[in-house]
Write a protein that binds this ligand. Sequence first.
Ligand code: ADP
Length: 170
Amino acid sequence: MPTSDTRAALYPGSFDLLTFGHLDLIRRGCRLFDRLIVGVANNSRKSPWFSAEERVELIRKCTEEFGNVEAVVLEGLTVEFAATAGARFIVRGLRAVSDFEFEFQLAIMNHQLNSSVETIFLAPAPEYTFLSSSMVKEVWRLGGDVSSFIPAPILATLEAKRSCGELPLD
Ligand code: ADP
């Protein structure tokens, strides 16, 4: 049961699909905070391969060993969602210089919207700095082996979707 002393953080993102890079950040985040809430954005401007509910279920399955990670669909403004969920921190990942400008803008905007919610940036282990969901999708779509980039439940769901003709999408 969360108390006022509980340090909670929200890790928002698309997570379409969850990679070992995301999982590395979740592992780091759940050591820093009492509760880590993974917020799955239902971004209608993108064409996701997995529904938000599927992503939530898969994240739960891939993070159950940690014990203090929750996964939920994120609705509305991220800062408001964090505040309502009792999270005073937002966790975001920084891979390389390419992430910096967007992440910096987002952090400043979120600060303007609600200055009581602080953004914390985490870097992944070096072997994951190149890893992105979109690159994994492209490699998988072209028949490459992606098993060293994504957790087994994600790969199994991809294969199941392919065999019922749902994937690949363009
Ligand atoms: P979004 O669409 O919000 O960028 P993503 O699912 O692509 O959602 O990423 C969520 C967060 O995780 C972002 O802060 C992103 O920079 C970070 N992230 C994604 N992949 C990695 C990785 N390999 N290493 C570290 N951070 C990552």
